[in-house]
Design a protein around this ligand. Structure first.
Ligand SMILES: Cc1ncc(COP(=O)(O)O)c(C=O)c1O
Length: 368
């Protein structure tokens, strides 16, 4: 019993099952639990931040972000996603996480239903709950993709549908057909689609398509975090129909003021500078995915090859998951991502190939 009192809606949310794993395991542990690139931020991005510090660009910035960065994000949408935005439609945030938070706070009234996939990224349910909404999971099919017909049954009367592709924890990439069908159906019924596309650049065979291409009432959430190996810099953004921006900005203004000034200059260099680090990281992730997938299917696990992000969601059974973690292979049990996949574990392959081989070897030994 704590001697202090807390708000019930915060108390009802559990601490993230992933953060707990950050420092998990002994010296011999192989940590496949963490969802962040193991690459370093490219040098030209670091240099831009150092130059910004030297030039004294260390004060508050405009609440919505420095104008150059908002423009660079518009140029990125035009170049990479075939979407046309104006800077007034962009709000720069402290990572994709803050963008998700703002959207929930600005759009969700008490009791509103907020849909996302179960299993899904850990923040959606928590942020919906903090905003007073009612989180609701949409199930996946046997291939770990959204079951479009079943999702449609839940969409009527919902306030928000969070569409995360490429998906965490599954690594699934939704097809253009599914994205289009979900967005059109949702928007026709007054449901806002929040498209979480932070892994858009890590897609191996299929093509990523932005949800905002298929409907007007779509808020895209994205970040420099994964694309440019910049998780700790805390720069993300949302892009939305213009009338959403002032409402989201209010929350951002009072809770955050602005994203870190120096990090915004770094992100500006990321979006406008040399892009070659991105495909280089993608190709390394692809090689690691192939290595880990071959290893795990070789042990007899039967699951579809993930198509994106840097995760593999593996049906291992609870006992083996527990024993793997006890033996120092740090993976995240499926319960951390919702209620529907307790027999699965998420492997992050954002780590050296050697670690992946050692992890497979250790799990194989446990199975003998
Ligand atoms: C699906 C998804 N969305 C958003 C985020 C948040 O990213 P950021 O570090 O930019 O806040 C993550 C981070 O793991 C994620 O996996």
């Amino acid at each position: 019993m704590s001697k202090h009192r807390y708000a019930g809606r915060v108390r009802s949310v559990e601490m993230s099952g992933i953060r707990k794993l950050f420092d998990a395991g002994g010296p011999d542990a192989i940590n496949l639990g963490i969802g962040q690139p193991d690459f370093d931020t490219p040098d030209h991005i670091k240099e831009a931040a150092i130059a910004a510090i030297r030039a004294g660009k260390t004060g508050y910035t405009p609440n919505a972000g420095i104008p150059e960065l908002r423009e660079a994000i518009c140029a990125k949408f035009a170049r990479e996603n075939g979407l046309s935005y104006r800077p007034e439609q962009i709000l720069v945030t402290a990572g994709g996480s803050e963008a998700l938070h703002l959207v929930m706070e600005a759009l969700v009234d008490p009791g509103d239903r907020v849909l996302f996939t179960d299993p899904g990224f850990v923040s959606y349910a928590a942020l919906a709950t903090f905003a007073g909404g009612r989180p609701e999971g949409v199930s996946l099919d046997a291939t770990l993709h959204i079951d479009v017909e079943r999702a449609k049954e839940q969409l009527d009367g919902a306030r928000i549908f969070v569409l995360n592709t490429p998906g965490n924890p599954t690594g699934a990439v939704e097809s253009e057909e599914s994205v289009r069908a979900l967005v059109e159906y949702a928007n026709d019924r007054g449901v806002t689609v929040v498209a979480d596309e932070v892994y858009e650049h890590f897609v191996y065979e299929k093509k990523h398509v932005s949800a905002a291409r298929f409907g007007e009432d779509v808020i895209t959430v994205n970040a420099a975090s994964k694309t440019y190996a910049m998780t700790g810099w805390r720069v993300g953004y949302l892009a939305a129909p213009e009338d959403y921006i002032p409402e989201c900005l209010k929350v951002h203004q009072y809770a955050q003021a602005c994203a870190t000034s120096v990090s915004q200059y770094a992100a500006l260099a990321a979006y406008t500078g040399d892009q070659s680090a991105v495909p280089a990281m993608r190709e390394e992730y692809r090689a690691r995915r192939d290595l880990l997938y071959a290893g795990l299917t070789g042990l007899g696990f039967d699951f579809p090859r993930p198509e994106g992000a840097f995760y593999m969601f593996v049906p291992m059974g609870r006992t083996l998951i527990r024993r793997a973690i006890e033996s120092g292979v740090i993976i995240v049990p499926g319960e951390a991502f919702g209620t529907r996949a307790p027999d699965y574990a998420r492997f992050s392959y954002a780590t050296a190939r050697e670690n992946l081989s050692r992890a497979v070897g250790r799990i194989g030994a446990l199975m003998e």
